[in-house]
Design a protein around this ligand. Structure first.
Ligand code: PEP
Length: 251
């Protein structure tokens, strides 16, 4: 049985002080001895340390939103996996569609960043997803396959990787994939991973869904056999909504 995982991607939201407040609200909303599912929050780089202090001793894990593929050097504006690990992060999100869309991230750089994060001791949430145009032209499976294959190229052990399926047309748009649409792609990913890594690794792999998950649709999505939790954007900025989604994943 795979343990569900819910991570809040705060994106470019919240000052340090606001991040501290939200982190404290999340810890309080989960209560003591929470063990329903794995939970993480991903504040901005700037607020990682402060939020990390607030969640220390709780079940909530510290997650970064991106990392570079070198340890250090002349890469203005970037942060390395080594730095994130030292700052207390346990995981990093890589290849989010906003990184691909606005910052030139490709399957090749996603692969480099993933390899570096793993080698520095971080778990990776590897994001994949098709655009509306790709879905409408019937190439969803092919796009997802190439993102998964190229993102994982040269990686022999996927035990520290979670894949997040996030249809681009559902992110921040209020349009959620139906549970059947999401399950179809999750099953496609698991089948592909079975081909690449064998049955045990594929059955152990957690595949999160992301794209306008809310308290009202979370339970139906998480009830699908191949949906192992969620990567939550907008709804993670409200502790009560985020906690309700976590509760739905803990049923
Ligand atoms: C995300 O950014 O990963 C995401 C899923 O955003 P939202 O929940 O706002 O659609």
């Amino acid at each position: 049985m795979r343990r569900k995982i819910v991570v809040g991607n705060w994106k470019m939201n919240n000052t340090i002080a606001e991040s501290e407040t939200l982190a404290a609200e999340v810890v309080a909303a989960l209560g003591e001895n929470f063990s329903g599912c794995e939970v993480g929050i991903a504040p901005t780089f700037l607020a990682l340390e402060a939020a990390g202090r607030i969640i220390e001793g709780s079940e909530v894990q510290l997650v970064a939103q991106n990392c570079h593929y070198e340890n250090d050097g002349a890469f203005t504006g970037e942060v390395s996996a080594r730095m994130l690990f030292a700052a207390g992060c346990s995981s990093v999100i890589i290849g989010h569609s906003e990184r691909r869309q606005y910052f030139g991230e490709t399957n090749a750089t996603v692969n480099l960043r993933t390899k570096k994060a793993l080698s520095e001791g971080l778990n990776v949430i590897l994001c994949v997803g098709e655009t509306l145009e790709q879905r409408e032209s019937g190439v969803t499976d092919a796009i997802i396959s190439s993102q998964v294959r190229e993102g994982l190229d040269g990686i022999s052990d996927i035990s520290s990787i979670v894949i997040a399926y996030e249809p681009v047309w559902a992110i921040g748009t209020g349009k959620t994939a139906s549970s059947a649409q999401a399950e179809e792609v999750h099953l496609h990913i698991r089948t592909l991973v079975t081909e690449l890594y064998g049955d045990d690794a594929a059955q152990g792999l957690r595949i999160q869904y992301g794209g306008s998950v809310k308290p009202s649709n979370a339970a139906e999505l998480f009830a699908m056999p191949n949906i192992d939790g969620g990567l939550i954007g907008g709804a993670s900025l409200n502790a009560a909504d985020f906690a309700a989604i976590i509760t739905a994943a803990s049923l």
